[in-house]
Design a binder for this molecule. Structure first.
Ligand SMILES: NC(=O)c1ccc[n+]([C@@H]2O[C@H](COP(=O)([O-])OP(=O)(O)OC[C@H]3O[C@@H](n4cnc5c(N)ncnc54)[C@H](O)[C@@H]3O)[C@@H](O)[C@H]2O)c1
Length: 109
């Protein structure tokens, strides 16, 4: 069965890697406007989607930041009039992985 998400606005957290990235790719291939969020790799995910000629917006964003959510959703509603789907694939407890990627000392936490 081929799913059709044409023109639907889909936010994917944890889109920088793993299942979140795979979900972001699949929603983009199904016609969605994918908003990829992650602390690491969000832009790269969006760039990969764009390189396939598909629609995307990539945001480096910590999903624990309430003000960032308000700003993001406000911007999406202004631009597209809606948000259709939220896929929450951010891995809880992924701080060590994130810090390692950002070159931070992970031994202190
Ligand atoms: N991989 C599996 O086998 C499996 C099995 C069952 C459930 N899950 C669940 O699926 C989800 C994704 O798993 P995965 O293996 O793809 O994980 P992953 O570690 O590959 O990806 C998780 C992403 O979340 C991002 N992230 C972490 N904290 C963030 C924050 N505060 N703000 C924004 N982004 C943040 C990380 O940078 C990372 O890119 C997790 O919730 C996991 O528990 C995974």
């Amino acid at each position: 069965m081929k799913l059709d998400f044409t023109d639907q606005v889909v936010i994917v957290t944890g889109a920088g890697s793993g299942i979140g990235k795979a979900a972001a790719m699949d929603f983009a291939k199904a016609g969605a406007i994918v908003v990829s969020l992650d602390v690491v790799g969000a832009k790269e995910c969006a760039d990969e989607i764009a390189s396939m000629g598909l629609r995307r917006r990539g945001h480096v964003m910590d999903v624990r930041n309430a003000a960032a959510w308000s700003a993001l959703v406000g911007a999406l509603v202004s631009a597209h009039g809606k948000v259709d789907v939220l896929v929450n694939m951010r891995r809880r407890g992924a701080r060590r992985h994130r810090d390692r990627c950002l070159g931070r000392d992970v031994g202190q936490k």
